[in-house]
Design a protein around this ligand. Structure first.
Ligand code: CA
Length: 539
């Protein structure tokens, strides 16, 4: 049934997973309780499961308390073992802030994180493990310390009263948005004591760029080419809805330019944009032809996933989730048939799920699993695999990765302004040895994705014959193969349902997931027993 085109990279990954993975949980066909990782054939395409890393807080290799690239490299086996096939790095380039979303130099690695050689080594090590790397590209704005801005600022500051700025003298005046007499608001800031102001919508130290300017576009193309040539696989585009605040059509045009350019340099480059808006709005950005737009409708305490998890039993939340999966697919395909959905539950701007599920371990686990059952490229924020805590101010959402309570190796100090927040759950080293920990459950869910290529690439349909509203039941068809994914969203009750072989064409239970480790069972007559908060994959 499987028609895998196994690239060198995928073969390497299969080997790597065989080496690094334990055997205490299952995914894939054959023996459903145990898996032979060497037989999981990962496909080398742009369908991935991404791990979002904030390097500053992740792992410190040299003891200065700040996470760095060598620290990340030392944890790549950990990341590959969890099953991730992609990494999104929050900004790595030289910056003035701890979060580094204000770029000072687009051609450098911030010295807090290490050197360019460290990054090259990291890319090589990712490649060995079949992990794609995308990096954050913040081009809505630069840092106010960027040389383009500083030259513009010095030039405009030196203008005589009434003198017009002249782009033939200083081209950088057109790289930013400046206007006579417009300053003194939260978004517009005065240039020295001149008559001019510049736009800085997020912060005065993050001046907005004018992405319509052709010279600037040329510079940014050079930047993208530089990183693509170095070996990165694509970019995460920050703040895309603010490129031209209030103008969707202009923003879409910018995304189209960025997408077309990157794919002209590297055919299989992958781009995902942050458009922090509602579903009907952000999906329209797929018109640009970009691969992915983050699925904000699923995320956060008010998103579809949390709503599903928090819905009372018997309220039809399962059926509603299945309908949502189809709706997401149909909506994005309406704009772009090659679109890859980018579901996620949390990121560096959003409170961690442990908080909004009030520490309910089963809910946290199942929410993560639901995210991972969506087609497309699911993104997982570092630390979610162990249920780290963190909400309120941004620094608290970016706390030090909790590797161990007893071994300080690699543990960072985290952002200076972060509060001391005790983790509700055990650190990585303790959870790794526990078969039913948050960590082990997430790993199992990710490997269900890895073992079943239909799960993330397949076209989704609702299994209409499954009438239990607590069950989310969908089929996923990719190439000539169909799998059936059934999730019991009831937190406390087992569900026994009939999955008719007259209606649905499957042979066996191919893999399963449950939050407490109990088994999913399939009888020969198609009777499926789903424990509370569990998932079955039939094929
Ligand atoms: Ca360090």
């Amino acid at each position: 049934m499987r028609k895998f085109k196994l690239g060198k990279r995928a073969a390497a990954l299969a080997l790597a997973t065989a080496m690094f993975c334990g055997s205490f949980f299952s995914a894939g066909c054959g023996d459903k309780d145990e898996i032979d990782y060497s037989k999981v054939n990962l496909i080398d395409d742009n369908y991935r499961t991404y791990y979002e890393i904030f390097v500053y807080s992740f792992c410190d290799s040299d003891g200065d308390g700040i996470g760095d690239l060598k620290g990340v490299t030392s944890k790549l086996d950990y990341i590959a073992d969890l099953g991730f096939t992609g990494i999104w790095f929050m900004p790595l380039m030289q910056s003035t802030t701890y979060h580094k979303y204000d770029t000072v130099d687009y051609y450098s690695i911030d010295e807090e994180y290490g050197t360019l050689d460290d990054f090259k080594e990291l890319l090589e090590e990712c490649d060995k493990r079949g992990i794609k790397v995308i990096i954050d590209l913040a081009i809505n704005h630069t840092s106010s310390k960027h040389k383009w801005f500083q030259e513009m600022y010095d030039y405009v500051s030196g203008l005589a009263a009434g003198e017009e700025p002249d782009a033939s003298v200083c081209k950088y005046i057109d790289y930013y948005n400046i206007e006579r007499g417009k300053y003194g608001t939260s978004s517009w800031h005065r240039i020295g004591s001149s008559e001019y102001g510049y736009e800085g919508g997020f912060w005065s130290e993050m001046p907005d760029m004018n992405l319509a300017n052709e010279d600037l576009r040329g510079e940014l193309e050079d930047v993208m080419k530089y990183w693509l040539d170095l070996g990165v696989d694509g970019f995460r585009l920050d703040a895309a809805k603010e490129f031209f605040s209030g103008s969707k059509s202009k923003n879409v045009e910018v995304l189209k330019w960025l997408t077309d350019y990157c794919k002209s340099v590297k055919e299989d480059a992958y781009l995902v944009a942050e458009v922090w808006e509602g579903f009907s709005s952000y999906t329209q950005y797929y018109e640009s032809g970009i691969d992915s737009i983050f699925g904000f409708a699923l995320a956060d305490s008010s998103g579809k996933i949390a709503k599903t998890i928090n819905a009372p039993a018997g309220s039809g939340a399962g059926r509603s989730l299945a309908d949502a999966m189809v709706q997401v697919q149909d909506t994005i395909y309406k704009y772009n048939l090659n679109a890859i959905d980018a579901p996620f539950l949390n990121n560096h701007d959003i409170a961690r799920s442990t908080g909004y599920f009030s520490g309910n371990e089963a809910k946290i686990k199942m929410a993560s699993a639901v995210n991972l059952m969506f087609s497309g490229n699911a993104f997982v924020y570092y630390g979610e695999e162990i249920g780290m805590s963190g909400s309120g101010k941004d620094e608290n959402k970016r706390l030090p990765m909790y590797w161990s309570a007893t071994d300080g190796t690699g543990i960072t100090d985290g952002p200076v302004d972060a509060d001391r927040i005790e983790s509700k759950f055990a650190p990585v080293d303790e959870q790794m040895g526990d078969k039913t920990s948050l960590y082990s459950c997430m790993k199992r869910a990710i490997w269900l994705r890895n073992a079943n290529p239909e799960l993330i690439r397949g076209k989704v349909s609702v299994m209409e014959a499954i009438e239990d509203g607590d069950i989310c039941a969908v089929s996923k068809t990719w190439e000539d193969s169909t799998i059936y994914v059934l999730m019991n969203l009831n937190e406390t009750e087992e569900r026994i349902i009939s999955v008719s072989k007259d209606i649905y064409n499957y042979k066996e239970l191919c893999g399963y997931y449950s939050v407490d480790g109990s088994k999913v069972k399939l009888a020969k007559d198609g009777t499926l027993t789903l424990p509370p908060y569990s998932i079955a994959v039939l094929k």
